[in-house]
Design a protein around this ligand. Structure first.
Ligand SMILES: Nc1ncnc2c1ncn2[C@@H]1O[C@H](COP(=O)(O)OP(=O)(O)OP(=O)(O)O)[C@@H](O)[C@H]1O
Length: 573
C-alpha cells in the first residue's frame, strides 16, 4: 500500500511544490490549508505522516504537533520561517521528529521525507512484533537493567531514536551516557550513517577547529594533506559531543554556527559544505551551572539541550546489579577467552548490592574485572571483590551525607555535580581502575583536563596500581616500590621510605608541573604501561607467564592489558 501524507500550509504554491516532491517519491498526499481542516483530515484518514507549516491562518502548527504526537507515534515534521529557530526547537520538544526551513530547499525536504519513511518502517516492524521488536531486542541486549527506573528510560530512548532532535545526556560519570548515545544512533533512521563520538575535553584547543571542520593541504604548518573534519565524517549520521562542558568558549561559537547553519568550512577552504548531522551531547558536569557562571554559552546550551535525558546512578537502581554483573562476567569471559564464565557466590552478589557505587556501572565492571583477575577459580567470592567490609551504619551515614547534599531531586543533583562526600571519593579511589570501555579511547577522561597538579594526577581515581607505580616513579624520578598500597599512592609511597619522607611534595608539584606530558595523562600512562610490559616480555623471551611474574601481576591481567594496549603476541623481531 502506498504511503500517504498530510501536507498543511496556507501557501498554495508551496503546497503544490511539496505534493509534486512527494508524488515523485511514491507518496500520495492531501493538502489542508488551515489548522481546523488539518485536524479533521487527520481524524478521518489514516495518514502515515504529516508535514505542517507552523504559521496557519487559524492557529499554530504547534497545536497540530501536540495533537498528533499525543495520540500516535506517526512522524510529524514542521516547516519554519527562516531564522525562527525558537519555534523549531519548541516543535521538537513537543514531539515533532524534524523541521525544515523556508524557503524550502528540495534536497533537504527529500532527505526529511526519507527519514520519515524509515521511521514509518520501524514503527510498522515494532507493531508487527510488539513483544520483541528488533529495536527492543537491541535495546535490552545493550542497555542492561530491568528495574523500575529503566522501563521509562528505555521507552524514551526508543522515542528519541525516531526523532532528529538534539539530545543532551546528563548523569554522573559511568552511568552509561555513551552507551545510550550509541543506542539512540543505532536505533534511528540514521543508523546507516556513522556514529562519530568526540571527546571535547581531549582535543588540544589549537587543533579543535581542524578536528571539527577539517583543513586543506598547506593551510597551516603541518597540514600536509587535506583532512576531513568530524562534522563531515558524521554526515548522514550522528555526532556525539562527549564531555561537551569542556569545549573552550571560542570553539563554542564556531560550533554553534555550524550546528545552526548546517554547513562547515574547512580551514583554508573558501566554500561552505552542507552537512546533515544529528547532534547528541553529554557531560557529567552541571551544564546549567556552567552557563550561569559564563563558562558555557547560553545559546549553544539551548541549541544542544532541546531534550534532556537524565541517566540514573547505579545506587538508584540496585536491583539491576545482579543482572549487570552477570552481563559483565559473560563479557569478560568472552574477551579474555576464559574456559568457563566466572560466577558470583550469593554472598558476593549481596555485597555488590550493598556497595556504594560512586563510579556507577563503570565501577561495577572494574570491580568484576579485578575480581576475575584475583580469583583462582571461576567462583568469585566476597574476598575477591576487594570491597571493604560492609558496615551497615557507615553505609547509612554515607547515604545520609549524600542526601544532605541533594537539594530537591536526590539522584539528579548527585548526577549533575558528581558530588560525593570525601569518604566516598576515597572509596572510589580504591575501587575504580582504568576505564575499560571497549569503544572509548583511553584519553577520554583525563587528557588535557586534569594536568595542573601532581596530586590531582596521582590521586586520580581511575589509575590502576601499575599506572600509579609508573606515575609515581616517573613523575618523581624515583624507583617504584613494591609496596604500593591501595590508597592514595603518591604520599603512601613517599611516606614508606625515610629518605623520601624528606621529599617536599610542594617542590615536587612545582618541579613536575613543568614536565607534564604533552599527550595528556592517559596517553602518557598507556605508553609507560606498554613500555614496561614490552620490557618484561623481552626479558622473558616473550613468555607471558614469566613476564606477568616479573611485573607482579597475573597471566590473565597481562593478557588483558596486552590486548587493551594493542601489543602483538610476539614482537621479538
Ligand atoms: N546499562 C548498562 N548496560 C551495560 N553496560 C553499561 C550500562 N551502563 C554503563 N555500562 C558500561 O559502563 C561503562 C561506562 O559507560 P559509559 O562510558 O557509557 O558511561 P558515561 O556515563 O558516558 O561515563 P563518563 O561520563 O565518564 O563518560 C561502559 O563499559 C559501559 O559499557
Amino acid at each position: 500500500m502506498a504511503t500517504t501524507a498530510l501536507v498543511v500550509d496556507d501557501e498554495v504554491d508551496l503546497c503544490r511544490l511539496m505534493q509534486i516532491t512527494l508524488t515523485k517519491m511514491g507518496i500520495k498526499s492531501d493538502v489542508a490549508y488551515t489548522l481546523s481542516q488539518a485536524k479533521s483530515y487527520w481524524q478521518d484518514n489514516d495518514y502515515d505522516f504529516c508535514l505542517t507549516d507552523l504559521k496557519l491562518p487559524d492557529g499554530s502548527g504547534l497545536e497540530l504537533v501536540k495533537h498528533i504526537s499525543a495520540s500516535s507515534n506517526k512522524p510529524i515534521a514542521v516547516i519554519t520561517a527562516h531564522g525562527s529557530m525558537d519555534l523549531a526547537i519548541e516543535a521538537l520538544k513537543l514531539g515533532a521528529f524534524d523541521f525544515v526551513n523556508k524557503p524550502l530547499e528540495l534536497p533537504r525536504l527529500r532527505q526529511l521525507v526519507e527519514n520519515a519513511l524509515k521511521v514509518i518502517d520501524q514503527n510498522n516492524e515494532a507493531e508487527a512484533t510488539p513483544e520483541s521488536s528488533p529495536e527492543q531486542q537491541i535495546l535490552d541486549s545493550r542497555l542492561i537493567g530491568d528495574s523500575a527506573v529503566m522501563h521509562p528510560l528505555k521507552n524514551t530512548i526508543l522515542k528519541l531514536a525516531r526523532s532528529q532532535a538534539p539530545v543532551f545526556l546528563s548523569g554522573a560519570s559511568g552511568t552509561g551516557k555513551e552507551v545510550v548515545a550509541r543506542l539512540i544512533h543505532d536505533l534511528s533512521p540514521r543508523r546507516d550513517g556513522s556514529f562519530v563520538p568526540v571527546n571535547c575535553g581531549a582535543i588540544p584547543s589549537e587543533l579543535m577547529e581542524s578536528e571539527f571542520f577539517g583543513h586543506k593541504k598547506g593551510s597551516f604548518t603541518g597540514a600536509v594533506a587535506d583532512k576531513q573534519g568530524l562534522f563531515q565524517q558524521a554526515n548522514g549520521g550522528t555526532l556525539f559531543l562527549d564531555e561537551v562542558a569542556d569545549l573552550p568558549l571560542a570553539m563554542q561559537v564556531k560550533l554553534l554556527r555550524a550546528i545552526q547553519e548546517k554547513t562547515v568550512r574547512a580551514i583554508g577552504d573558501t566554500k561552505e559544505v552542507p552537512v546533515d548531522i544529528r547532534i547528541l551531547s553529554a557531560t557529567h558536569k552541571d551544564l546549567n551551572q556552567l552557563v550561569q557562571g559564563g563558562m558555557f554559552r547560553q545559546d549553544l546550551y539551548y541549541r544542544i539541550n532541546v531534550i534532556e535525558l537524565k541517566l540514573p546512578t547505579l545506587n538508584a537502581r540496585r536491583d539491576d546489579i545482579p543482572v549487570l554483573a552477570e552481563h559483565f562476567l559473560a563479557m569478560i569471559a568472552e574477551e579474555w577467552q576464559l574456559e568457563s564464565q566466572p560466577l558470583l557466590t550469593a554472598e558476593a552478589n549481596l555485597r555488590l548490592q550493598q556497595h556504594d557505587f560512586a563510579g556507577n556501572v563503570r565501577e561495577l565492571r572494574n570491580v568484576l574485572e579485578r575480581a576475575v583477575t584475583l580469583a583462582e577459580t571461576s567462583t568469585i567470592d566476597i574476598s575477591h571483590l576487594g570491597l571493604s567490609d560492609f558496615d551497615a551504619d557507615q553505609e547509612t551515614d554515607k547515604h545520609q551525607k549524600i542526601n544532605e547534599n541533594r537539594v530537591s531531586d536526590s539522584i539528579e543533583k548527585t548526577d549533575k555535580n558528581d558530588e560525593k562526600p570525601s569518604s566516598i571519593k576515597n572509596d572510589t579511589t580504591q575501587q575504580v581502575t582504568a576505564n575499560l570501555h571497549p569503544y572509548r579511547t583511553m584519553t577520554h577522561h583525563y587528557a588535557a583536563v586534569k594536568r595542573p597538579s601532581i596530586s590531582g594526577v596521582i590521586s586520580d581515581s581511575t589509575l590502576s596500581e601499575i599506572d600509579r607505580r609508573s606515575v609515581v616513579s616517573t613523575a618523581y624520578g624515583i624507583e617504584s616500590t613494591d609496596k604500593v598500597t591501595d590508597k592514595y599512592p603518591s604520599e603512601t609511597v613517599i611516606k614508606n621510605d625515610n629518605e623520601r619522607n624528606q621529599f617536599d611534595i610542594t617542590t615536587a608539584s612545582n618541579t613536575v608541573s613543568a614536565e607534564l606530558p604533552a599527550q595528556g595523562l592517559e596517553l602518557y600512562l598507556q605508553e609507560q604501561e606498554k613500555k614496561l610490559i614490552i620490557t618484561a616480555l623481552k626479558q622473558t623471551g616473550w613468555n607471558k607467564t614469566q613476564a606477568a611474574e616479573l611485573l607482579g601481576t597475573t597471566f590473565r591481567s597481562l593478557r588483558y592489558r596486552m590486548t587493551k594496549l594493542d601489543i602483538a603476541e610476539d614482537q621479538s623481531e
